[in-house]
Design a protein around this ligand. Structure first.
Ligand SMILES: [Zn+2]
Length: 250
């Protein structure tokens, strides 16, 4: 079957070239792991995170799903547990990782789907992907609808680390992205609020041991944006913005 050849050839190539170097890196990290971030991103095949972030063995815990969603604590129960809150615990509690990042992107197929069914959210039926998007994308849809009802120009208020840590976001104020990409930016920021809903990290948050930040990737231009709470919008990650973004997000 087409496709398997690429996978097997890839393994053979890795074993013949990178393997000794990688095994050395695995050994180095084994007793002294120092991961810097828990990263939630979309499963889109174009988001090759280790290349885009130039990260390597031991650098980060990566969780990928359709739409870079992190289910809200209200959705968690024995019958409906998902991996994302467990990953938060493994990353931030067990491994004491300080930075939690959510990365969304342009032309997201999951966001395109959620956007197309946003008026049918009351119908709790559908395929597994539709159910995933409906159940865990509802808060994104609510934020988007309220924003549009207000004219689509005003700031959206999100809750970050705790109920008293609110931040405002102006979505695409220069109007350079498609409507569904604006929706994707709102979705990315909503996940920070969803992450903060989990009691498992409340103490870490209260003690300022965990930081929540959002990245967003413009696929067709290849540019990264990071949300600046002080500037209240996504701004391009450049040499010029680096100091500001570092201070803002650290
Ligand atoms: Zn996507």
């Amino acid at each position: 079957m087409p496709g398997l050849e690429k996978i097997l050839r890839g393994i053979l190539k890795y074993q013949a070239t990178l393997r000794p170097e990688m095994v050395h890196e695995f050994e180095k990290v084994k007793d002294n792991p120092e991961p810097v971030a828990v990263l939630f991103s979309c499963m889109d095949s174009r988001l090759v995170i280790s290349r885009l972030l130039q990260s390597s063995v031991g650098d980060m815990f990566s969780i990928r799903n359709a739409g870079n969603l992190v289910p809200h604590h209200d959705c968690l129960s024995y019958d409906s547990v998902t991996t994302e809150p467990g990953a938060l615990e493994l990353g931030c509690i067990v491994n004491k990782i300080r930075h939690i990042m959510v990365c969304g992107h342009t032309d997201c197929k999951a966001m395109n789907l959620l956007f197309s069914i946003k008026d049918k959210m009351a119908d709790h039926s559908g395929t597994p992907l539709v159910l995933w998007m409906k159940k865990h994308g509802q808060r994104t849809v609510d934020k988007y609808n309220a924003w549009k009802e207000g004219g689509g120009k005003s700031a959206i208020i999100f809750q970050a680390e705790s109920a008293d840590k609110l931040f405002e976001a102006y979505i695409d104020p220069e109007n350079q992205f498609a409507e569904v990409d604006k929706f994707s930016q709102i979705n990315t920021l909503q996940q920070l609020q969803n992450i903060a809903s989990h009691p498992i990290i409340h103490d870490k948050i209260a003690n300022d041991e965990v930081r929540l930040n959002a990245l967003w990737f413009d696929i067709y231009k290849g540019n990264f944006f990071m949300f600046s709470r002080s500037r209240k919008q996504f701004i391009p990650v450049t040499e010029e913005s680096y100091d500001h973004l570092f201070e803002d997000g650290k």
